[in-house]
Design a protein around this ligand. Structure first.
Ligand SMILES: [Zn+2]
Length: 317
């Protein structure tokens, strides 16, 4: 099999870049992700999350989100030989070619919008093409999974946000939203949606993971689930390994179909990466494990990048 290129639906490496801890050029022993290690794995597409840390919410959320965005845009401008920004459907044609990584800008936390739709139009102009509607807390759009016991779904503003995201061609990301909000989104979106970095609740009962009905609904919506490499989402007991990642991928493929599963590592957002896939350079080992577990070459192409390209092709303009 030729060396397969990788699409990854979520990393939090922008945090270190904004903080000035690393330049993400690498190779570095720090963190999980940098250009040298990403290229070693033949990474071709990376969602870069601008994660708005809780201490900035609500009043400084917009400023903090824009700060991460500024960092990301400068990183892309400074490294034209290595990365390019994905904004439109036509940009997808460049993916997997010329040893360059396509970067898709995601905002992790709808707090950046405050309660104003114009902010959505504005960050779209800055290149944002994916938004995680909530993190774990409640915001003006919906409740996150940390609002234990909440049955609150989308607010009226939330319904306006998803309609505008559909119209602009911005990916809706439902990782972190609570279940009522999930159903409101999936029942009202006109485009496929993703859970960029989540796992299967049946294998590991964690509020961040998705139940079987949610997995099937994402498949029916032509969306996908990017399997998260977070220890706590992969297994309850013992140290998680690359085999646990394979288990979640296999389970989601069984429940929702192979077209609904992809990678959403959460590198640099998780404290401890699984044994065997300790950083982005180790993706090829995961591919080997998927081959050994019985996935065909065609199926592995879908999981490794094809599903993400299909969904982006449906969503972007
Ligand atoms: Zn997250």
């Amino acid at each position: 099999m030729e060396k397969i290129w990788i699409a990854d639906g979520h990393c939090d490496s922008l945090g270190d870049l904004t903080a000035g801890k690393r330049d993400l050029l690498g190779p570095s022993d720090l963190g999980h992700w940098d250009l040298v290690r990403a290229k070693a794995a033949n990474l071709g597409l990376q969602f870069f999350a601008a994660y708005i840390e809780s201490e900035y919410k609500p009043f400084l959320a917009c400023q903090r989100g824009l700060e991460h965005l500024d960092t990301a845009l400068k990183f892309i401008d400074s490294n034209p030989e290595d990365v390019f920004l994905i904004q439109n459907r036509s940009d997808l044609l460049k993916l997997g070619l010329a040893n360059k990584i396509g970067i898709l800008l995601n905002i992790e936390g709808g707090e950046i919008l405050g309660e104003s739709l114009f902010m959505l139009d504005l960050i779209y102009r800055l290149g944002v093409r994916s938004i995680g509607l909530t993190w774990n807390e409640r915001n003006a759009i919906a409740d996150g999974v940390g609002e234990t016991g909440s049955r609150g779904g989308l607010s009226q503003f939330g319904f306006q946000v998803i309609a505008r995201m559909n119209a602009l061609g911005v990916m809706i990301d439902v990782s972190h939203i609570n279940e009522a909000g999930f159903w409101d989104v999936i029942n009202n979106t006109s485009s496929p949606i993703i859970a960029s970095h989540s796992c299967a609740q049946r294998l590991c009962n964690h509020p961040r993971n998705l139940n079987d009905q949610q997995l099937r609904a994402l498949a029916k919506n032509n969306g996908l689930i990017g399997v998260n490499f977070c220890q706590d989402f992969l297994c309850k007991n013992g140290r998680a390994s690359v085999d646990d990642v394979v288990k979640h991928i296999s389970y989601i493929a069984e429940i929702a179909g192979v077209e609904a599963v992809a990678f959403g590592s959460d590198f640099d957002g998780i404290p401890l990466a699984p044994e065997g896939i300790e950083n982005v350079s180790k993706f090829p080992l995961l591919i080997d494990k998927l081959i050994k577990s019985g996935f065909s070459e065609v199926e592995i192409m879908k999981i490794s990048h094809g599903n993400f390209v299909r969904v982006l092709d449906d969503v972007l303009k």
